[in-house]
Ligand binder design. Structure first.
Ligand code: CAP
Ligand code: MG
Length: 477
């Protein structure tokens, strides 16, 4: 049958078999069978097969082919004499288990000897390298990956994590707030520093952060080195004036890792504590290299372009129903980036975009939990993180002060709440935008319900923001 390659060995475990978690890496996937493949299979399989038997057999062959293609498989029988490598290929073959014939879902257990323990790029080339090209499947989603202890321990993990950044900011509790300037491109380096000054000093002076947008790098009218220097100068001045620590998520993204490291050094030299990098567009090697070579900065991971990997509008996105495309979940990516040692990662926000399946809340657990259990509904495997520190989750995307209560209720306080338009679009101007967010955070920490506060403080900046945007994130269309 076209695309069938699991000919050399048997890649399906005996019914009921389970891998021991110490020696296997596990992935969780769902496939749709290609119509052509089903038609072809009808001829190549015995006519006696019922429709159901045929489908189940095909599903098994597809799952086995995924396991073969991502471990030791070949598309045809090959020479298996002395020195052929076949005995070891047989021993190290991946095994399919926990087949769900109704949902076309299955798990694959990979003997850990298949991988170089501290090499994420090599790992991905294996487990998801070739499988999306298989002709016998018309759609596939990789929902999750489970790293065994030996692989987790091969990574240093985040240098700072939640507690380390709290120490740097002298902020024992509560969420962090920051703003990405809008328009996302347009201000000069000097104008961005002026905006930072307003953010850092307005209201009670508690506003902590400013972040570069993903496409703000080193531009003619906004020079990275000037922006970095001037914004951090404003941060230092504001810290003196307000007594509150500030942070700047300064975007070092560049396709030359050496240039990124040079920009990181400039941040360090100017007294910054965070560097920002777009982790999908720079890639896994960049994240690993920056983590292992960076000059002691917290790494803020923005996820621009992730939508082309994680987005899937089909009903099967969370297991039930059909899949129409090829994707990996944000849970899968979030695990990889925590393992590689970023200190904060954009993980989506509840209710916004397509995350209202509870995925954003589960991502908070993936980023901050120690022994994470599988989700009760979303197909997941859980994870034991051992020494890997909890990292900040960034909630962002159409957020405004009217969302603080709902988001903090769902995600807890170890989050960075990012409001771009939700601050700069305040009807009474930028300073009012800062004050509205200060009020939203403060009343939450004092356990004052937002609706009660707004009722009793109609003229407040927060009340004006909610009059303007209501409650609930503005979905970015
Ligand atoms: C969000 C984002 C957007 C902000 C825009 C960022 O990334 O790309 O620019 O959400 O601000 O840079 O933070 P994620 P707002 O969706 O990956 O978090 O939507 O508040 O106007
Ligand atoms: Mg952005």
């Amino acid at each position: 049958m076209k695309g069938k390659i699991a000919v050399q060995f048997d890649y399906i475990a005996k019914k009921g078999w389970k891998p021991d978690k110490k020696n296997y890496l596990v992935t969780l996937l769902k496939v749709e069978l290609d119509k052509e493949a089903v038609k072809e299979a009808r001829y190549s399989h015995s006519k006696k097969f019922s429709e159901k038997k045929l489908r189940n057999t095909l599903f098994e062959e597809a799952a086995a082919t995924v396991a073969a293609e991502s471990s030791t498989g070949t598309w045809t029988k090959v020479y298996d004499g002395k020195d052929s490598g076949i005995p070891l290929a047989h021993k190290l073959r991946a095994l399919v288990f926990d087949l769900d014939y109704k949902k076309n879902m299955f798990k694959i257990a990979y003997p850990i000897e298949l991988f170089e323990l501290n090499n994420v790029s090599g790992l991905l080339a294996g487990i998801v390298g070739n499988i999306a090209g298989m002709k016998m499947v018309s759609a596939m989603r990789v929902y999750d990956v489970y790293f065994p202890e030996r692989m987790v321990k091969a990574f240093p993990g985040p240098r700072f994590g939640v507690l380390g950044v709290r120490k740097l900011l002298n902020k024992k509790k509560g969420c962090l707030v920051c703003t990405v300037p809008k328009p996302k491109i347009g201000r000069t380096d000097k104008e961005q520093a002026e905006l930072a000054q307003i953010l850092f000093n307005s209201g009670n002076g508690t506003y902590e952060g400013i972040k570069d947008d993903e496409n703000l790098t080193h531009l003619k009218f906004n020079d990275f080195y000037k922006r970095c220097k001037w914004v951090l100068e404003k941060a230092r001045e504001a810290e003196k004036r307000t007594g509150n620590k500030k942070f700047y998520l300064c975007n070092t993204t560049h396709s030359d890792i050496n240039e990124m490291l040079k920009r990181a050094k400039s941040i360090k030299d100017n007294g910054g504590i965070f560097m920002m990098m777009d982790v999908v567009t720079t890639g896994f090697s960049a994240v690993d290299t920056v983590r292992r070579n960076n000059p002691g900065l917290a790494i803020h991971a923005h996820r621009a372009m992730h939508g082309f990997l994680t987005r899937d509008n089909s009903p099967g996105i969370h297991g039930e129903g059909k899949l129409y495309g090829f994707s990996v979940s944000m849970i899968f990516l979030a695990k990889l980036f925590r393992l590689m040692g970023v200190d904060s990662l954009h993980g989506g926000s509840p209710l916004a975009k397509m995350e209202d399946y509870g995925e954003a809340e589960y991502i908070q657990k993936v980023l901050q939990g120690k022994n994470v259990k599988p989700h009760f509904k979303i197909p997941t495997l859980g994870q034991d993180w051992h020494h890997i520190k909890p990292v900040w989750m960034v909630a962002s995307g159409g957020l405004h002060p009217g969302d603080f209560e709902a988001i903090l209720d769902k995600l807890g306080e170890d989050i960075i709440l990012q409001c771009g338009g939700g601050l700069l679009g305040h009807p009474d101007g930028i300073e009012a935008g800062v004050i509205a967010i200060e009020e939203a955070r403060e009343i939450y920490e004092k356990k004052i319900p937002v609706k009660k506060f707004v009722e009793e403080n109609k003229e407040s900046a927060l009340a004006k923001a909610i009059e303007h945007w209501g409650y609930g994130p503005k979905i970015v269309y």
